[in-house]
Design a protein around this ligand. Sequence first.
Ligand SMILES: C[S@@+](CC[C@H](N)C(=O)[O-])C[C@H]1O[C@@H](n2cnc3c(N)ncnc32)[C@H](O)[C@@H]1O
Length: 243
Amino acid sequence: MIIEGRLSNLVAEEGFANFTEYLNHIFADSSGRKIVAFVNKVTTNHTYYWREPRHFEYLMQYVMPWIEQNVRDKDARIWCAASSSGEEPYNLCMCIDQYFGMKAAEWDLRILATDIDTEVLDKARRAEYSYESVKGLPPEYIKKYFKQTSSQTYQVIDRIKKQVIFREFNLMDKIQYKKPYHLISCRNVMIYFEQDTKNALVERFYDVTAQGGFLFIGHAESVSKSSRYSYVEPAIYRKIPKI
Ligand SMILES: C[S@@+](CC[C@H](N)C(=O)[O-])C[C@H]1O[C@@H](n2cnc3c(N)ncnc32)[C@H](O)[C@@H]1O
């Protein structure tokens, strides 16, 4: 229903009589700009800091100690796979910084953050957020990881900003990777996909997860029982043999 509403607004705004006419128009644009504008318009980007905080607690209690003990080359591979305007990957980065403290400098802790929507990626790179977006964070995080740039705006500090690399990526495409990931966080996007698409994506994630590595999904989402991932607790899965 939400998508239907957005689509009919878009068709009307652009002055087309129906959706078929509008689609013919965007596919005829060889520059690809119109299809990008279309995708940007129909995606649901809502997000905020400290959303579903259990993942951040679990990261610091279990994922980071496992990475610290097992990743010998100190290259932690973390992918936030539907990062929207950046709140989630910056939040992951802040928690990791909090976990390592002074030891952070010894590690390569860059996070790959991807999304299909180029407008939210631009916003993510600006790293400037409203009070509404950051207010759920523990106060010490706001103090430590943001510069307040006006009464209502908070900018992520450069040290954290530099550690998150934003890229455009469609989760329907083949996943290119250099080394397997220790953590893939793909929260609150699969809910929009059909079951078969979701199952296939989870298996593609599995193929690029390091042995022992983790998958986070949204709490309203689920992974099929037939998946090769092992269930750990709600919204957390792991690449370990199933028992
Ligand atoms: C609701 S936001 C989730 C943001 C964040 N992960 C969270 O949990 O707060 C969903 C994001 O998924 C992105 N998205 C939708 N379809 C996608 C696709 N096929 N490939 C990559 N990203 C997609 C949207 O652009 C949007 O930014």
